[in-house]
Design a protein. Structure first.
Length: 307
């Protein structure tokens, strides 16, 4: 596997393909009272949740159940009840197989790829996997909740997800891969380093070492973000959101990946400050707009959630 192929494997761990058996599960899951959300623990966040793919689902769970969709000051969330179960990287495949969750994608070898997030209904033992799949399914499971895929926009937003990963996240990954490793729990570090160094083709630290190469990578990230900022500016509906005057799943995608970068790089660093200031401050406004939805399980969740 080449470095580029490996990078895509780790970044595109959530294939946009729709699982053929997912939609019949939706009706069965509707009677659930408390979902279980599987996540990978780390130290970059006080609530231990750091994975951008899982953060997309955490934000989604609240956003699809919100009482008010426009006034951010008076947000009042109903919330979809759920609790977190933590799983280390080496254990994901065995956990997925044990609970009977679907694979997220197929690798080039044809072998199934197992990733988080996974959302399970313990009353029916039915599961959904992958943040995009979960988002599309919850949109159908809660038809009267505010829409994150407005009518006629599902294909556009799905395409946005694909493009953002292939352009922006591919540029970001080398910069944050070693810092993602550094904040993992000990149960995941060896596995993560071994698999990612095989994918990227070298020691993780070499991709973000101070110097001209790292500066060029940051410049590439800004360049990759340019068309997304330009498209949003052309729409002219919001200086914060990308697809219109209110948030959509596209905003959750961008905010989760960029928030991941600032979280593991360090929110008080020059690099994070510059990223947030790019394109007239659009990315800073976007990530800040979603910060309140990052908590684990409840707004007052303890930092010491048990594994």
């Amino acid at each position: 596997m080449t470095c580029i192929e490996g990078r895509r494997a780790v970044l595109e761990s959530e294939s946009p393909q729709r699982h053929p058996h997912s939609f019949p599960l939706i009706r069965a899951m509707l009677k659930s009272t408390t979902y279980i959300l599987y996540d990978i623990p780390g130290t970059a966040s006080k609530h231990r949740s750091w994975s951008p793919n899982v953060l997309k689902t955490r934000r989604l769970i609240r956003c699809t159940s919100r009482d008010d969709t426009r006034n951010r000051i008076v947000l009042n969330y109903k919330g979809i009840p759920h609790k977190t179960e933590w799983v280390e990287f080496p254990d994901i495949a065995s956990v997925v197989k044990r609970i009977g969750a679907p694979h997220t994608a197929l690798q080039r070898s044809g072998e199934p790829l197992y990733t988080v997030p996974i959302l399970r209904d313990p009353t029916t033992n039915r599961s959904l996997a992958g943040s995009l799949q979960i988002a599309l399914s919850l949109e159908r499971m809660h038809p009267h909740a505010p829409k994150l895929f407005p009518p006629g926009m599902e294909e556009t937003i799905t395409e946005f997800d694909n493009k953002f990963v292939r352009a922006v996240v591919a540029a970001l990954a080398p910069l944050v891969i070693s810092r993602s490793w550094a904040q993992l729990c000990e149960g995941s570090k060896d596995y993560f380093r071994t698999t990612r160094e095989r994918m990227f083709g070298g020691p993780l630290e070499q991709f973000s070492a101070p110097g001209a190469a790292t500066a060029a990578r940051w410049a590439a990230v800004r360049e990759a973000l340019e068309p997304f900022a330009r498209d949003a500016d052309t729409r002219g509906a919001s200086d914060t959101f990308l697809m219109g005057e209110r948030e959509t799943y596209a905003d959750i995608v961008a905010a989760s990946w960029l928030g991941w970068t600032c979280r593991v790089w360090g929110s008080d660093t020059q690099e994070s400050a510059e990223l947030e200031a790019w394109h007239s401050g659009r990315w800073g406004r976007l990530t800040r707009a979603f910060k309140e939805w990052e908590y684990v399980d409840t707004p007052s969740a303890s930092d010491s959630a048990k594994l």
